[in-house]
Design a protein around this ligand. Structure first.
Ligand SMILES: Cc1cc2nc3c(=O)[nH]c(=O)nc-3n(C[C@H](O)[C@H](O)[C@H](O)COP(=O)(O)O)c2cc1C
Length: 389
């Protein structure tokens, strides 16, 4: 049998000055496994160990809360205070034990989609969220400057915890994407209006973080390029925003899309689409092809429905992306990269049913399909054992 080589998928790449051993990225995936309030747990460390052992080149953490007033919940890891660093250091150290695996801290401010019991949601403008039914409070310019500082401090903590890089969460309807979008930002100060003004917060965060940490720490972003709602940010404006991000100096962009409201307005919403056939896979590829020419030397991390190693290889070979990134497949199979590297090229077992997404609403994130299959297997094993007796 001829062994198909995935030359591109398993060749090293670079983000800033950091070498990544292959082109496989674990896209940020909220786990809800921290200890109240925001402390890294042994369960969380175990999950990251499995991902590192499983061969992923770069693991992007689940969204980490960088502001006490804008976290996802008590079981989300935080980095807004030095007291959160001890557990984070342990987690990073564990990942680094496994053959050159790299790890990025994703930092999020929940913005318009915030559900903090004590602090009402905030946004660039007070536009009602049709999903949460909340009208966020409009931020003052001074508050925006304070949030920028908190992103910088959280990045500094990530650096001190020896994360290899940070990723700003600039997508999915959270605060940074609220600024980019003409749907959620109708301000008329320097943070609103033109695309350049709407991207100002991202430029400020980059410049101030660079000043604080120096040149040798990649600052990357998950960038909204499509709100997936009527009147929202479209690809054309997404590309203009990406140009600003590249000019600013960001070290990699992972384009994405969709906001909370996409779920009630669309049958198959972004960012985590259902995938029913191979035609549904790689659903940001066409957008990536349009983005790539404006990216210059800034690496593009392609996420969204990547399930097949052969099409991933082709995407990299054709230079439509520099890295491929997966979330749901690695919840089911944390060892998927090793499986592909060892020659089993069948697509990811994940059926993209979004059961993992649903578990996130009530507690720890897991793959419901995998759990059911495991239960069935255990039941059968028990039955066979009883028959033998
Ligand atoms: C359970 C779950 C949690 C997620 N958490 C995050 C997150 O914390 N930050 C983020 O940027 N995206 C998050 N996402 C979106 C994924 O990173 C990814 O963009 C999306 O699922 C599409 O990739 P996939 O088809 O490989 O799953 C999450 C997705 C799922 C299913």
């Amino acid at each position: 049998m001829v062994k198909i080589e995935l030359k591109h998928l398993f060749s090293p790449g670079k983000i800033g000055n950091i070498r990544i051993k292959n082109r496989i990225v674990r896209s940020a995936t909220y786990e809800r496994k921290a200890i109240k309030y925001g402390i890294v747990s042994e369960k969380l460390i175990k999950l990251y160990r499995e991902l590192a052992e499983g061969g992923t080149g770069l693991i992007i953490s689940g969204a980490i809360g960088m502001d006490p007033k804008a976290t996802g919940g008590p079981d989300q890891p935080y980095l807004y205070d030095d007291s959160h660093m001890e557990g984070q250091k342990k987690l990073v150290k564990e990942v680094h034990k496994y053959s050159e695996t790299k790890i990025a801290a994703q930092l999020v401010h929940t913005g318009r989609q915030g559900t903090h019991p004590k602090y009402p949601s905030v946004a660039p403008s007070p536009i009602e969220d049709k999903y949460t039914k909340q009208i966020p409070r409009e931020l003052t310019t001074k508050e925006i400057e304070g949030i920028v500082k908190n992103f910088v401090s959280a990045s500094r903590r990530a650096y001190e915890c020896e994360y290899d890089m940070v990723q700003m969460h600039g997508a999915h309807g959270y605060l940074l994407s609220n600024f980019i979008s003409p749907y959620t930002n109708i301000r008329n100060d320097e943070y609103g209006g033109s695309i350049q003004n709407r991207a100002k917060i991202l430029v400020d965060i980059y410049n101030q973080t660079r000043d604080e940490i120096g040149k040798n720490f990649p600052i990357t972003i998950k960038l909204q390029i499509d709100d997936d709602v009527p009147g929202g940010l479209n690809l054309e404006e997404g590309i203009e925003t990406a140009k600003i991000i590249v000019e600013t100096g960001y070290d990699a962009i992972e384009p994405s899309g969709g906001i909370g409201e996409s779920i009630i307005l669309n049958k198959n919403p972004l960012p985590s689409r259902f995938i029913k056939s191979p035609e549904d896979e790689n659903y940001f590829l066409e957008s990536a092809k349009k983005l790539k020419p404006v990216m210059k030397d800034c690496p593009l991390i392609l996420v969204g429905g990547i399930r097949n190693p052969l099409s991933a290889e082709k995407i990299l070979q054709e230079k439509s992306a520099d890295f491929i990134s997966m979330s749901r497949p690695l919840i089911y199979e944390p060892d998927l990269p090793n499986r592909w590297e060892n020659g089993d090229l069948s697509p990811a077992k994940c059926v993209s049913c979004n059961s993992c997404f649903m578990t996130m609403m009530t507690g720890e994130v897991y793959c419901v399909v995998k759990k059911k299959l495991e239960k069935k297997r255990l039941k059968e094993e028990k039955r066979n054992f009883n028959v033998k007796l």
